[in-house]
Design a protein around this ligand. Sequence first.
Ligand code: BDR
Ligand code: CA
Length: 318
Amino acid sequence: MATPLPVLVDVDTGGDDALALLLAMASPALEVRGISCVAGNCGLEQVVTNTLRLLDGIEAPPVPVAAGMDRPIVDAGLPPPALHGSDGMGDLGLPGPRRRALSMHAVEFLRDALTEAAAPLTLICLAPLTNIAMLLRTYPQVGEKIARLYAMGGTYAAPGNATPAAEFNVRCDPEAAAIVLQSGLPVTLYPLDPFVQVRITREEAEAMTRAAGAGARIAGGIALHYCRYFGADFSLIGDAGTVAAVIDPEGASTVRSPVRVELTGGATRGATIFDRRLWAAEEAEDGFSEIEVVTGVDAPRYRRLMAAALGVEDMLGD
Ligand code: BDR
Ligand code: CA
């Protein structure tokens, strides 16, 4: 088997961040070297609690968890979206946590993890990009230790979700998103376009809550929470799709495109503007940076990946 890819994961756990962590922790293709937490789907303290409870719930081996920024760089932050439940993670009633976070700030943790790594690491960012922007501004030298930065955020051709124009993670901290996406580092963005493609049906979620594995039961509970909240017969794997795109890039269609984050707009603040003009110049416009964008994914393939990681191939098919 190939050597697992060493990754750092930045989260605002978050029901769908929890699904992403379940996939990342279970996948033999990844070695999770640490988890950094940031305010987003809920307040920072709750994000940390949720992350630790989740790791306890699957009896994960010790993995460093660090608390980072408790608010965006400029804005006061968006109110926690009600869809994630009152605890931000589907109100599953998980006990604990028993394990603890590091006493070190997440930005310092990320710096050390990158600096001390023998080879560049992959960053998987599933939340407002506040921690990562602070890291790049404070310790720009770590840029050379980032092999690739995957970020869930923005929209390519899809509408927004936090506002008509903007996706939640980018709208939460547009300045941070601008710093990271326009950094010139190797970035792959996983926007709302593929985010909404990979589903778990209500029936599958119900079956998963009775699975043998704790991870599958938790994932089923989270998916069921979203089905109930939206009164829908399906839920999304959401952030977990970004992890799937790291594990299995062949399942994703990508384009290379110049991007810029709208900072000054009113209704458009936090929108990701891609230069999709047919006649776009060879060179990116001023202020735009070229990144890779996932425009679509092979949903059955990523469902199979998720099912295999959770050991529920019989419950989560094509
Ligand atoms: C993103 O916002 C959060 O609500 C989710 O966890 C995901 O990272 C989707 O817009
Ligand atoms: Ca998230």
